[in-house]
Design a protein around this ligand. Structure first.
Ligand code: KG4
Ligand code: ZN
Length: 373
């Protein structure tokens, strides 16, 4: 089954064609990062206007590998696509509408089935995809040396614990099969990605987000110095079980940045230390809660996904914790380009878990629940 997927929930405009949920035929991602750099963050209307301009060229590009004898886009879809998948939420309303209306129009004019997709749940299906290169990406925030994908060693064994860490969400799920998901816990305030993003802005890294913190943290030579953390590791007490909170940590980071500025100590060395401590604080909490969930549900695998799962320190710490725990568990992490927003995992989710509906019934749902799944 060949699915054309469309994703436009935040500032990316993406389209992909994936066969049987695992084989990537195309993956096209356009971002408007440069414009956000100019305005110091995502301006929803700016993002949506850019997406409106990009959606047709991006979808057309994604269909190109299937084109035979100068076929029109309409003919390619008629001949080579079985269904259309689209992100309906959660996300920014104007941005979501661009993708949703495009997908509805394609479904109406071609008669192909339409599959609505929850963006947050879909992130985890990046682990189901065969390792695939990004064919076209304007996303510059991709570090090299992307680790293996799930399929490089063995297929995912169930039950699995799945941690989705993105710019807007930090959620833990129990996955008993590709279809059966149960929400276990999530953030009660800010997401881990938001904490990285806010820290990056406070430290003067602009819109660089978690990747900028990761790069700055590398400059702190932890082997030469004795690392004494200054930041808290929130919500590790037993009562809080599998929920997260990052807003207190954000305030603590603000306090530390202000202290450095007041004492005129905001030099490279201090910024490197604080970046390292921020990364350690966030990843400590993510790893400890994930390990807690693994033990509680006695799972056979663990899946990481979402933009923050491209963090190399998070990957390293979770694999060390698994090794040290004597649990025989496989860790699945998507290749870095499939962690951040793209349409490949939208198609994969649609294949494994989606239900098709008449195009007339689909609407954008900005606050779509990630708990009742
Ligand atoms: O999944 P995603 O692309 O978009 C959402 O659905 O939100 O995630 C974006 C988030 C941002 O907060 C960004 O700072 C974070 O992923 N991120 C990282 C890294 N690369 C992207 N966080 C930590 N380390 C990274 N290397
Ligand atoms: Zn996302």
């Amino acid at each position: 089954m060949r699915i054309l997927a469309i994703e436009s929930s935040c500032d990316e405009t993406a389209a992909a064609v994936v066969e049987d949920g695992v084989t990537v035929i195309s993956n096209v991602v356009a971002t408007s990062h440069e414009m956000h750099e100019k305005y110091g963050g995502i301006v929803p209307e700016v993002a949506a206007r850019k997406q409106l301009e990009s959606i047709i060229p991006v979808a057309t590009e994604a269909l190109k590998p299937l084109q035979k004898n100068n076929e029109s886009v309409h003919q390619i879809i008629n001949d080579s696509i079985d269904a259309i998948a689209v992100t309906v939420g959660p996300g920014l309303i104007a941005s979501l509408l661009v993708g949703v209306e495009t997908a509805k129009t394609i479904s109406m004019t071609t008669g192909k089935h339409l599959i609505p997709v929850n963006h947050v749940l879909a992130h985890m299906y990046a682990n189901f995809v065969n390792d695939a290169p990004v064919i076209a990406s304007k996303n510059e925030a991709i570090p090299s040396g992307s680790p293996r994908s799930a399929r490089d060693d063995k297929s995912i064994e169930f039950p699995a614990i799945s941690l989705v860490v993105s710019g807007g969400h930090t959620e833990l799920y129990l996955m008993e099969s590709p279809k059966k998901l149960t929400w276990l816990g999530g953030t009660i305030d800010d997401a881990a990605g938001e904490c990285f993003d806010k820290s990056a802005r406070l430290l003067g890294f602009g819109h660089g987000g978690g990747l900028a913190i990761q790069d700055a943290a590398k400059k702190y030579n932890v082997n030469d110095q004795k690392y004494i953390p200054v930041l808290p590791r929130p919500m590790l007490e037993k009562d809080n079980e599998l929920n997260f909170s990052f807003s207190g940590l954000k305030t603590a980071i603000l306090r530390e940045v202000n202290k450095l500025k007041e004492r005129e100590l905001a030099d490279d060395e201090h910024i490197a230390f604080l970046s390292y401590d921020i990364q350690e604080a966030i990843t400590d909490v993510l790893v400890k809660k994930t390990m807690r969930a693994i033990k509680k549900y006695e799972t056979k695998s663990v899946l990481l996904s979402g933009g923050v799962s491209s963090n190399l320190r998070l990957r390293e710490k979770l694999s060390t914790a698994l090794r040290q725990s004597d649990l025989s568990l496989s860790l699945h992490v998507p290749p870095v380009p499939l962690c951040t927003d793209n349409a490949v995992y939208i198609a994969s989710y649609a294949y494994f878990r989606g239900k098709h509906v008449p195009w007339q019934t689909i609407t954008a749902v900005p606050d779509l629940s990630v708990e009742s799944v």
